[in-house]
Design a protein around this ligand. Structure first.
Ligand SMILES: NC(=O)c1ccc[n+]([C@@H]2O[C@H](COP(=O)([O-])OP(=O)(O)OC[C@H]3O[C@@H](n4cnc5c(N)ncnc54)[C@H](O)[C@@H]3O)[C@@H](O)[C@H]2O)c1
Length: 336
């Protein structure tokens, strides 16, 4: 089916998007999709290796811009690092006079195991994957506020669940706190600004080069290389099968806030935090003073009971949310 056959296609006419790391892989597909729906796109990419070394391959961003223009769309290239977010936002404003959408996609991954990980590598990863998003959003935020409108997507990773890449996982988990906090700010200002998270999976240069670096180590250690998925499986993991979620989260009609969505190979799911049923150790349970470790040990079944718990939402981190104190006070009152 093409868009002409759709009853109500999602369009971005008159809007401007900044897509970071859009010279290849996932970012490239996000940029192409947005441009094909009428969005003007700033294709940012400094052209580095998957681990952030060897910057300067400008060709990749230029090629995406040429492809967008050849299809009748509008785009410009930008080659600055996301660490200098103000330059990226300035490029969007200079070219198009506005900025409606920021897709924070640029990221790097280094192949060290925990025992190999150095402070230098940790900091390089955090600088680009987390502080880079901070830098871009710091510059984009006043524009969003001025326009009273904005859509921001941040790219996290399944690595947050643990995958042997500690710096990468920590940087990607940091984005969860950042997105929740920006959403909180937007809500305080009562503005139509939405900040959401993507957890993608795709066969890209990052994944391939990472896998081959790991294989090199295995071979050096006298172990066989890991078996790679057959080509037909890899074809299913084309990055183009992720971008629909990004375009949806970037659209004006999407009212999701600080949501986390998985996307890959045509599969989509929403991730959520879960809070278990509450375990109380208070005077109602006959306790005087501070709870004891045994109260926690003996309450394991309650802490494993998610059926009677609930899902926290963005903003729950404030004292106005369902804090521990509030829960306990309610619990004790019920006892009266
Ligand atoms: N591919 C996956 O399965 C997967 C899974 C989880 C998360 N991610 C995340 O998705 C994003 C895109 O990954 P990909 O797989 O397309 O990787 P990729 O390496 O193929 O592409 C990333 C692009 O970002 C650019 N880039 C790197 N550092 C930059 C910087 N400082 N400023 C501007 N551009 C920079 C690179 O030059 C590259 O073109 C990354 O944030 C990655 O961590 C990917």
């Amino acid at each position: 089916m093409n868009t002409d056959q759709l009853m109500d296609p999602l369009r971005f006419d008159g809007q401007v998007a900044l897509v970071t790391g859009a010279g290849r892989g996932l970012g490239r597909e996000h940029a192409l999709l947005l441009a094909s729906r009428g969005c003007k796109v700033v294709v940012n990419d400094l052209g580095s290796a998957y681990d952030g070394t060897g910057v300067g391959e400008k060709r990749v961003a230029d090629e995406v811009v040429a492809q967008i223009r050849a299809a009748g769309g509008e785009a410009i290239a930008n080659f600055d690092s996301v660490e200098q977010g103000e330059l990226l936002v300035a490029a969007a404003l200079a070219a198009y006079g506005r900025l409606d959408i920021v897709i924070n996609n640029a990221g790097i991954l280094t192949p060290e195991t925990w025992s190999e990980l150095t402070l230098e590598s940790w900091q390089r990863t955090i600088n680009i994957n987390l502080t880079g998003v901070f830098s871009v959003m710091k510059a984009a935020w006043p524009v969003f506020v001025e326009q009273q409108y904005g859509r921001c997507v941040m790219t996290s990773s399944p690595a947050i669940f643990g995958a042997g890449v500690a710096a990468y996982a920590a940087s990607k988990a940091g984005l969860l706190g950042l997105a929740n906090s920006l959403q909180f700010e937007a809500r305080k200002l009562k503005l139509d600004i939405k900040c959401n998270l993507l957890v993608p999976q795709a066969d890209t240069r990052m994944v391939r080069d990472f896998a081959s670096a790991i294989d090199d180590r295995r071979v050096q250690q006298g172990r066989p290389p890991a078996r790679s998925a057959p080509p037909e499986m890899l074809a299913r993991l084309s990055p183009s099968r992720v971008s629909a979620m990004v375009a949806w989260l970037a659209h004006s009609s999407c009212d999701a806030e600080a949501s986390i969505h998985e996307a890959g190979a045509g599969y989509f799911a929403r991730l959520n935090w879960a809070r278990s049923a509450p375990l109380f150790a208070t005077e109602k349970e006959g306790l005087e003073g501070a709870p004891m470790p045994e109260n926690v040990r003996d309450g394991q079944a309650t802490l494993a009971d998610f059926e009677h718990g609930h899902m926290p939402v963005s903003g729950d981190g404030t004292m106005g949310g369902p804090s521990a104190l509030e829960q306990v006070l309610r619990h004790i009152k019920i006892a009266d």
